[in-house]
Design a protein around this ligand. Structure first.
Ligand code: SAM
Length: 267
């Protein structure tokens, strides 16, 4: 089988890895799972064994055809719903009730997928994703025992923490895939997903502040914010958030971003 690079196809080779990913999602027969990119069905099988229902969205028509043959019984029993198409066009509201996302995702749309589901009107209760190791580490640094180094935040890590609780589950070496990608992967879970905003305007404002704060990596937070908000407001916001004027965005934890957004006026 030829893997399509353009569709980010790196297939899991070992059932054991797929089982471990499915275990990390803590599924029960009451659960509905959304799988993005079922591919050859390596992860689909253990998901079907653990959850009550699986909805799987696959963009590759040839793979979808094979999956329809492979899982004909599960499809007939309505345990598996196979959707052929681009996940970015998939509306999560079409799933009735609570659901969890579990997937070995195509890496070319990692950011888009995380954002699409965290910001959805019908959010999943959790996400368990195989992503590039570097992405997992950026969102949820692994704590090595005895180390107390300060956690560095990024636009992605704060965005994820805004909606849920990320955790680095385990590393999956590149050799576990065919074709092997250039980098190692890791399973990133995001639990307790919720919407912390009371309105769309509040959300837009929060992310405007976050994007302004991270706009220029080398600049201090105060300088970055001053490019988007009046100087006096920025000083007041830093005081309200109890932040030192020398602080950089990467050192600002989530509660302080909420404090900054609360004090800065909407633009
Ligand atoms: N789940 C399989 C596994 O673990 O072996 C395949 C994982 S592979 C990294 C990514 C899968 O996502 C491929 O099957 C690919 O065809 C599919 N895919 C790529 N882009 C997609 C998109 N925009 N929407 C839905 N599926 C997509």
């Amino acid at each position: 089988m030829f893997a399509k690079k353009s569709l980010g196809q790196n297939f899991l080779m070992h059932r054991q890895t797929a089982e471990r990913i499915a275990d990390a999602a803590h599924l029960s027969p009451e659960d509905t799972v959304l799988e993005i990119g079922p591919g050859t069905g390596m992860l689909t099988a253990p998901l079907l064994a653990r959850a009550g229902k699986v909805v799987a969205v696959e963009a590759d028509a040839a793979l979808a055809e094979k999956l329809r043959e492979m899982f004909a019984n599960e499809i007939a029993a309505e345990k598996l719903k196979l959707v052929e198409g681009d996940v970015r066009a998939f509306d999560p509201s079409s799933i009735s009730g609570a659901y969890a996302v579990v997937a070995n995702i195509p890496y070319y749309i990692t950011g888009e997928i995380i954002r699409q589901f965290l910001e959805a009107l019908h959010q999943p209760r959790s996400m368990t994703l195989l992503v590039q190791k570097e992405v997992a580490e950026r969102v949820a640094p692994r704590r090595r025992s005895g180390q107390t180094r300060g956690e560095k935040e990024s636009l992605l890590s704060i965005s994820v923490k805004t909606y849920g609780t990320p955790h680095y589950e385990f590393t999956v070496p590149r050799g576990a895939f065919k074709p092997a990608p250039k980098v190692d992967s890791a399973v990133l879970s995001i639990a307790d997903i919720r919407n912390p905003f009371r309105s769309e305007a509040e959300k837009q404002h929060f992310f405007a502040v976050l994007h302004a704060g991270f706009a220029h990596k080398r600049k201090k937070l105060v300088k970055n914010l001053a490019l988007a908000f009046p100087d006096a407001d920025v000083s007041a916001a830093l005081r309200a958030a109890k932040l030192d004027p020398d602080t950089r965005a990467e050192d600002v934890p989530l509660p302080a971003w909420h404090a900054l957004a609360k004090t800065l006026l909407y633009i």
